[in-house]
Design a protein around this ligand. Structure first.
Ligand code: ATP
Ligand code: MG
Length: 451
């Protein structure tokens, strides 16, 4: 992409309404624009990152055997009356009436709709286990939307639903989700700690939240610091293997780690004093096993091998896709701007032309731009007639992990400068070597789609 032809409405001034770094930087880097309280338009740069997050979520869901689909944002109130949540959900539920006077709602979550689909089509244990998921916009009429996309009213969520014949089978689905979530967040360069939590209006008592430590987080957490030494890495997981998933769950959940709602001071005191931590964190996901609550209320039963009809066991599992952008920026920025992890960056590298209009420098930039694209990389070429300082400031703010600077002096010597955003380290090398270095560095799975 050539910056002169892109739409990147960078702001020079820090917007007064933004209280935390991620909100400030998303506005300044031209990623989002507020459309209403807690409602945002995703401008091209923000949209690219959002799609990269979605891509990782889809890949990890499908690796775990979960099946993608898409349900609508608007739902019929009648389904929610069946489950009893139409009245129970309270003011966060956005209620709408259509021209025929029918009560509708903008879905804050989808347990009812998915249970309705299930009961219409699945009748036998032979069709289980089944896990369906989608990535769709949700609406919750939050009393105090704030921190940009972190607590919006309209937000993007991955929500998945498992259907199993027994509690035992459903608990395996729960463990499988926990394992796949660990891997999902780690691929985004985030440490998201599973913590024992409360279930809220969804119901049930088996639930973990995934929390990213951050001073600006809205959740208070208590944990054993030994937990932060754990990494998922690239271990091979067989998601059908009950023993293996349980072992990984135990490894990641056996230490003390709880949100303030489930905190138990006596149990916390058992953690060696030097490892006790009290901190703030951002909730980026939650998994639930709630048994037969919705199946009973809505008549979703299946026939067992013995011919009995039993309510299906269910769980639901959510990832805050749009909130993740805020959480990732909170964890990855400095005073000059964002620093994207390579797995999510909107462009693989920036090319800065130090003397736009100089024939040889322009030609060197064009050749480099073509060489990167030929390797499947997606560079952002700053070909504007701006000062070098302004170009550097823009690149630093939008946070591309690598910058290649091309100027007349380097061109005369046959080199470009490759700079690493996170460490600030620079190296002069011939342009083809820089292109090769970047192509090696981005694994094929990290090559983003082209617009
Ligand atoms: P919170 O406690 O932050 O209000 P929640 O527990 O009500 O969230 P869940 O029902 O668990 O939310 O939804 C799954 C995920 O969706 C959350 O873990 C969070 O990452 C995300 N999410 C929930 N509410 C919002 C919101 N208002 N804006 C952005 N993301 C949200
Ligand atoms: Mg939650």
């Amino acid at each position: 992409m050539r910056l002169s032809r892109y739409f990147l409405p960078v702001l020079r001034e820090t917007p007064a309404e933004a209280q935390i770094a991620s909100h400030r930087l998303m506005l300044r880097a031209g990623m989002i624009k507020q459309a209403g309280s807690g409602i945002y338009s995703w401008l091209p740069l923000g949209y690219r990152v959002l799609r990269n997050i979605e891509r990782i979520v889809h890949e990890e869901q499908q690796r775990a055997g979960h099946i993608p689909m898409l349900m609508p944002t608007l739902q019929s109130a009648d389904l929610w009356r069946e489950s009893g949540r139409y009245d129970a959900y309270g003011k966060e539920l956005l209620r709408i009436r259509d021209r025929h006077g029918r009560d509708m709602l903008y879905g804050p979550t989808n347990e009812e709709l998915i249970t309705d689909i299930f009961r219409a089509h699945v009748f036998s244990y032979k069709d289980l286990p089944l896990t369906l998921y989608h990535i769709q916009w949700k609406f919750r009429d939050e009393i105090r939307p704030r921190f940009g996309v972190m607590r919006g009213r309209e937000f993007l969520m991955k929500d998945g639903y498992n259907f199993d014949i027994s509690k035992e089978a459903a608990l395996h689905s729960y463990n499988r989700h926990l394992v796949s979530y660990l891997r999902t967040y780690e691929r985004m360069g985030l440490q998201a700690i599973p913590m024992r939590a409360e279930s809220g209006p969804i119901g049930g008592d088996t639930t973990h939240e995934f929390l990213v430590l951050a001073e600006t987080g809205e959740s208070g957490v208590f944990y054993d610091s030994a937990i932060t030494d754990l990494t998922f890495g690239d271990r091979a997981v067989d998601y059908d293997n009950v023993t293996q998933c349980k072992a990984i769950l135990d490894e990641f959940t056996s230490r003390y780690a709880r949100t303030d709602e489930t905190h138990d001071e006596q149990a916390f005191l058992q953690v060696p004093e030097g490892r006790r931590r009290v901190a703030r964190a951002i909730e980026v996901g939650q998994i639930f096993y709630f048994g037969t609550k919705y199946a009973r209320a809505m008549g979703a039963t299946v026939q067992t091998a013995d011919g009995d009809n039993v309510p299906v066991h269910m769980g639901s599992h959510g990832i805050g896709v749009s909130r993740l952008l805020g959480a990732i920026i909170e964890a990855n920025h400095d005073d000059r701007g964002i620093i994207w992890p390579e797995s999510l960056t909107p462009f693989h590298a920036g090319i800065v032309n130090l003397r736009q209009g100089d024939d040889e420098t322009d030609a060197a930039c064009e050749a480099l731009y073509a060489a990167l694209r030929a390797k499947g990389l997606d560079p952002l070429y700053d070909d504007r007639g701006e000062r070098a300082g302004a170009k550097f400031a823009t690149m630093d703010m939008i946070g591309l992990p690598w910058r290649i600077t091309v100027g007349p002096r380097g061109v005369a010597r046959g080199v470009v400068e490759l700079t690493h955003r996170r460490t600030g380290k620079s190296e002069d090398l011939p342009a083809p070597a820089a292109a090769r270095r970047l192509a090696d560095l981005y694994r094929p799975g990290q090559l983003n789609e082209r617009d």
